[in-house]
Ligand binder design. Structure first.
Ligand code: PEP
Length: 250
């Protein structure tokens, strides 16, 4: 009943010409899939050109963050209406790199989630523990705080539109992947938190992506797990071949 969502987070990679080439390749190889959703999240500078490259395909477009105000003196930021205006349907919020390098907190995540919903964008709210937190046995407590803080005063109706991405920080860009069982256990825990907050039906419908060194070699076993509904992919989304194999998981 949950439709798989495979998203490519291009981070701060690709000039505009490179982005167009990659998007065209992916549109050709994965543009006509109908049983799963494929999403590209290029840098802001290439949203418009990627939007043109994937036009008339099933591939969707997302931003990598947004500001909670609709406009204003916030140098360097973009707003929900701006993302919508270039064809975005989704936006990544609370990525660990935003938390680590740009002062993102659970409070700012919550503001961005509300703004995304207000402007008709699907928020992909990222959560995940640091290695030290996992080793100290605090992984679930950290993720609980992130889920509850990020979703503060979100209604059940709104929750139906939100995607969660579980990304253990120690697995992002490191080549270390959580084992499918470890990832599935955390996804089950997150789903139980959603169930407590919003009831079983909303929890059963919530898409929970896994992120952290997803590759062609491990995507099938991750996606085979009952609580893993998709992937948020960094490094392996930057090449047509590897991302195509990932979106075509079996
Ligand atoms: C990410 O950017 O969200 C990510 C999971 O990166 P990688 O796949 O490179 O670990």
């Amino acid at each position: 009943m949950r439709r798989a969502l495979i998203a490519g987070n291009w981070k701060m990679y690709k000039t505009d010409a490179e982005a167009i080439e990659l998007a065209r390749g992916l549109a050709r190889e994965a543009g006509n899939l109908t049983d799963r959703d494929v999403l590209l999240c290029p840098p802001f500078t290439s949203l418009k050109s990627v939007s043109e490259a994937i036009a008339r395909t099933n591939v969707k477009l997302g931003g990598q963050t947004l500001h909670w105000e609709k406009e204003g003196a916030f140098t360097g930021m973009v707003s929900g209406p701006m993302l919508k205006s270039v064809g975005c349907s989704h936006v990544i919020i609370g990525h660990s790199e935003q938390r680590q390098f740009f002062g993102e907190t659970n409070e700012t995540v919550n503001k961005r989630v509300k703004a995304a919903l207000f402007h008709g964008l699907v928020p992909i709210m990222c959560v995940g523990e640091l290695l030290a937190e996992r080793e100290a046995g605090k992984a679930e407590a950290v993720v609980k705080e992130q889920v509850e803080g990020g979703l503060k005063s979100i209604t059940a109706e709104e929750m139906k539109k939100i995607v969660i991405a579980y990304e253990p920080v120690w697995a992002i860009g490191t080549g270390k992947t959580a084992t499918p069982d470890d990832a599935d256990n955390m996804h089950r825990f997150i789903r139980s938190l959603i169930a407590k907050m919003y009831g079983d039906a909303v929890a059963e419908g919530t898409i929970i992506q896994y992120g952290g060194s997803v590759k062609p070699e491990n995507v099938d076993e991750l996606m085979a797990k009952p609580n893993i509904d998709g992937a948020l992919v960094g490094g392996a989304s930057l090449k047509v071949d590897s991302f195509t194999r990932i979106v075509r998981f079996k």
